[in-house]
Design a protein around this ligand. Structure first.
Ligand code: NDP
Length: 401
């Protein structure tokens, strides 16, 4: 049992706060802190429990974080603010002796580039301090890595091919909106795609490779090859992988809106002068788009995210598909959030529980696949994200010839 700080009060912050507040045996006191305190207050009022309190913090400012941590004295922090704040929060953790968990790897605000190198560089510091930093414990990254570790532990001697398949077959009724922070989402999708094959990264033009993938209970959906951060840690931690790819569905309307916004310069992260002020077009665009936390109430349909794996077991070829489907309306009923926030926030809560209860606790900086998948897989269904598996059966797609 211990005290927890949650940083970030957006779509994911709401889910994490609500789910953690129900685990009083694990998180004795919770402080929800973010840039806009009124958003924390609204979430805390909805929870209505005296052990959940709120504070204002600018997580770009290490000294402010240190002050907050010194006054609340948390055992761990769940960072569900933005990837820009990962390093400042890790610095404050080291300074004050606090364990760390996040759901997205660091990226500098002025370069749309994400990779683990910056956070992996903290390995020795966390080890020396006897603290744990668990990186990427949402759904993808997060459950995607835990599914892969589970597959390796129980179904394979060697994994050769990994395809992470992510479908959102939901309808939020808006002409254009992103399911998580618009700035981070658009930076991710407009980057070049990348996948791992035979020991090196292959780069492709954005959204230039796509194919229909058959998602359980949903059917075929056009899915686009993107670069996603867990590919980097998975090919490092599971070196037998010959090819690793990540696929995500987008509807035609989403892609058309995105292309128009790109063509007119609205997705640029280079500051421009506007009425004497420097403004970043993508940050301005974020300000006019719906917030992820606003999408839940009328969201219909479901998500389906899983891992399709091929490899060998006992000298024989084997295929394996493991996945979760999550209905947006079920997420709304549980925590008044939408499915994408839910599938991110629930694993973050459970990862923190794994750390606090000692099942995953070890000093250093780790990705989720470096932890024992079994206790997590045992509990995640009861928290709202049940999983299914097929061994040597129907695959979501087959291009292994
Ligand atoms: P939102 O935009 O809804 O929320 C972000 C929150 O962070 C807001 O409350 C925002 O404050 C706060 N914040 C931003 N900057 C600061 C700062 N400097 N100091 C303090 N608080 C700050 O995003 P989401 O909830 O959708 O996403 C949260 C995180 O989850 C992101 O990092 C995203 O990449 C990650 N994610 C991970 C997924 C996974 O599966 N692994 C999937 C989806 C998301 P304010 O309200 O003032 O803007």
């Amino acid at each position: 049992m211990g005290k927890l700080i949650i940083i970030g009060a957006g779509g994911v912050g709401n889910v994490v706060a609500q789910k953690c507040a129900r685990e009083k045996d694990v998180f004795s006191k919770i402080l929800l802190a973010s840039r806009t305190k009124s958003k924390c207050d609204a979430i805390a009022a909805n929870i209505g429990q005296p052990h959940v309190t709120t504070a204002k913090v600018d997580a770009d400012n290490v000294q402010e974080l240190i002050q907050l941590f010194k006054s609340f004295k948390p055992d761990m922090v769940i960072n569900v603010a933005l990837p820009y704040q990962d390093l400042t929060i890790m610095d404050a953790c080291l300074e004050t002796g606090v364990h760390y968990l996040d759901t997205a790897n660091y990226e500098p605000i002025d370069v749309a580039k994400f990779e683990y190198s910056w956070q992996w560089a903290y390995q020795e510091k966390f080890k020396k301090a006897g603290l744990m930093a668990l990186l990427g414990c949402g759904f993808d990254p997060g459950v995607s890595g835990i599914y892969t570790a589970y597959a390796l532990k129980h179904h394979f001697d060697e994994i050769h091919y990994l395809d992470i398949v992510d479908c959102n077959a939901g309808d939020h009724g808006k002409a254009f909106a992103t399911n998580f922070n618009p700035e981070i989402n658009i930076r991710e999708i407009t980057q070049k795609g990348k996948y791992w094959e035979n020991g090196s990264w292959k780069e492709i033009d954005p959204l230039s490779i796509h194919l229909p993938i058959e998602y359980p209970n949903i059917g075929p959906k056009e899915s686009y090859l993107l670069y996603h951060e867990e590919l980097e840690s998975l090919v490092k931690n599971i070196p037998t992988i010959k090819r690793a790819r990540f696929w995500m569905t987008f509807g035609q309307a989403y892609i058309t809106h995105l292309q128009v916004l790109q063509n007119i310069g609205m997705t640029s992260i280079k500051p421009i002068k506007y009425q004497g002020m420097d403004i970043v077009p993508l940050q301005f665009l974020k300000a006019v788009l719906p917030e992820p936390s606003e999408l839940g109430e009328n969201y219909t349909g479901e998500t389906s995210i899983g891992c399709q794996i091929k490899g060998v077991k006992d000298g024989k070829e084997r295929s394996y598909y493991v996945w979760n489907n999550c209905k947006h309306q079920d997420a709304w009923k549980d925590v008044q959030g939408q499915g994408v926030s839910y599938t991110t926030g629930v694993p973050a809560m459970l990862g923190a529980k794994m750390m606090m209860t000692g099942k995953w606790m070890k000093a250093g900086v780790y990705n989720v696949e470096e932890c024992d998948p079994d206790p997590f897989m045992k509990e995640i269904g009861a928290y709202g994200l049940p999983w299914n598996e097929i061994v040597n059966g129907q695959l979501a797609f087959d291009d292994y010839k």
